[in-house]
Design a protein around this ligand. Structure first.
Ligand code: ADP
Ligand code: GLC
Length: 481
């Protein structure tokens, strides 16, 4: 949850959606692990943390694990933090330099069951329990399939919504997970938790929730196919067939992401006056060591460095992108292999390519504002927020035709009146290069380009619509509507 803990777009979503739901009449409480990063951010932001003087106990492998409940408030939203230093006082959220933490099953199993215990300890009876990604899957699994929880009167009226932000992360562990969490061995069958000889938590979460959602309509269709379903397409087809799968497009926080007020920028601007945007570009180029002479398009990439994001495609096509007469800056962190690779290639170029390795919010804002185009060549993209932020900053997205990118970007060739970007179909260097070339040719037609920028900036991808859509689904589930 932004600003408490973030590795990607999930944090942006949880940072806004609860607030927007509260604004339309809900009473949302967020539950998060009390990560080391969270502790630091609370301190940095001078947010008060209250120790509620309450413990919760989760039994793992017959042993009681104790967690402490803390509370803070973020922009009016109440957040409960589940503290357990052994599990969460670590440098990263999920993955260290040498791979995923080995005890992620325990860390997130503890969290999923701890969340239910927090609700009970605080006597907060939720109408809806909204879970996000595999890390929370043991919550609905327990409510359906674990003794004592499955007939607990406390949760009698609670319905579970489960949102898949990315189906490639499934939480797959050994069969012993069942034992550890007191789940019956009989659940180890392909209709329930078993997945090719192991336990798949995401699969269990999907099967035991009352409604499954994902973050764009196109991705909701894609995950039902072999190509995008990562082995769960069959399960999702069944869920969709039962009318329990929905695709709800994410939004962005349009107050936070606003070039008119963004303090991180060198100059502020809006759709009517783009002078500040050009100033941001000049400053950014200076800083990157690029020449500020001439009318040269600057392409920005801001991304987790992961297989999903198509960074390898950019690296392979790099010199040909630059040969098209563009400059490129990449800001990213993640996979150590990609980090090394980008550093290496960055050293080969000085005046038109730079890779900035690291996670840095202010730099990200300056790149969103200072670039002309925003490149997102994703293999798959459940929703994608980068392209939405880019639109808001008048930076024209060049994206691959997949997932939420298809639901948010309209290609220039589809109609100049409504276009806000460029789309390429195939995950190939050539397909991407042809489209970048198309974009560059329009860039050299200033009135047309300006129209694209204005189309981009005028679009409304705020949370207003999506929060109402979530609420409508919640109401559809709860017995009193
Ligand atoms: P994902 O969640 O798959 O990483 P999204 O496009 O949904 O992709 O969200 C990415 C979010 O993370 C955006 O807010 C983006 O600005 C931010 N982000 C990604 N990489 C960085 C980085 N290196 N530094 C700062 N922000 C980043
Ligand atoms: C995931 C997806 C991204 C989506 C984000 C928030 O990280 O990769 O496409 O925007 O979740 O839902």
């Amino acid at each position: 949850m932004e600003p408490l803990a973030k590795t990607g777009g999930l944090a942006d979503v949880i940072g806004v959606l609860p607030r927007k739901l509260n604004e339309i009449g809900c009473d949302v409480r967020v539950i998060l692990p009390y990560y080391k990063e969270t502790r630091k951010n609370l301190k940095r932001l001078k947010l008060k943390v209250k120790d509620l003087n309450r413990d919760v106990i989760v039994t793992i492998d017959w042993l009681p694990y104790k967690g402490r409940i803390k509370e803070t408030t973020v922009e009016g939203v109440k957040v409960y933090l589940l503290a357990h230093d052994g599990f969460y006082d670590r440098d990263h959220l999920y993955t260290a330099a040498n791979g995923d933490y080995k005890d992620n099953d325990l860390r997130f199993g503890f969290f999923s069951l701890g969340a239910l215990e927090i609700a009970k300890a605080l006597d907060f009876r939720p109408d809806i329990i909204h879970c996000n990604d595999w890390q929370t899957a043991l919550t609905p699994i327990a409510l359906k399939w674990k003794r004592h929880y499955n007939n607990d009167p406390f949760f009698k009226n609670s319905e579970v919504v489960f949102t898949i932000h990315n189906i490639s992360y499934q939480g797959i562990f050994g069969k012993d997970l069942l034992d550890k969490f007191g789940l019956s061995g009989a659940l180890f069958n392909p209709e329930q938790l078993e997945f090719y000889g192991r336990v798949n938590l995401l699969k269990g979460g999907i099967l035991t929730s009352d409604l499954v959602t994902t973050v764009s309509p196109t991705y909701a269709r894609e995950i039902q196919t072999k190509e995008y379903g990562y082995g769960l397409d069959g399960v999702l087809r069944a869920v969709a067939h039962a009318g329990k799968l929905a695709g709800i497009l994410n939004g962005i926080d349009d107050e936070d992401w606003n070039p008119e007020t963004d303090k991180a920028l060198y100059a502020r601007y809006n759709a009517a006056d783009l002078e500040g945007k050009y100033e941001n570009k000049a400053k950014l180029k200076n800083l990157l060591g690029f020449s500020t002479n001439g009318h040269v398009p600057l392409i920005g990439v801001i991304s987790r460095l992961a297989h999903q994001k198509g960074i390898d495609l950019i690296v392979r096509a790099l010199h040909r992108i630059l040969d098209l007469g563009a400059e490129l800056v990449i800001l990213g962190a993640g996979d150590k292999g990609y980090e090394r690779l980008l550093k290496q290639v960055s050293d080969d170029y000085v005046d038109n390519f730079r890779a900035v390795i690291g996670y840095n919010e202010s730099k990200a804002r300056r790149i969103y504002a200072g670039s002309d185009m925003f490149l997102m060549p994703s293999r798959f993209e459940p929703c994608g927020l980068g392209q939405l932020i880019a639109l808001r900053y008048g930076t024209v997205p060049v994206v691959r035709a997949t997932g939420g990118l298809l639901d948010t970007i309209t290609d220039y060739d589809e109609g100049r009146e409504h276009a806000n970007g460029f789309i390429f179909d195939h995950f190939t260097e050539q397909s991407m290069l042809n489209t970048i070339e198309r974009a560059i040719s329009i860039y050299h037609n200033p009135p047309e380009w300006k129209r694209l920028i204005q189309n981009a900036m005028e679009q409304d991808f705020s949370w207003k619509r999506s929060s109402r859509e979530y609420l409508a689904y919640y109401k559809g589930l709860s017995p009193e509507g």
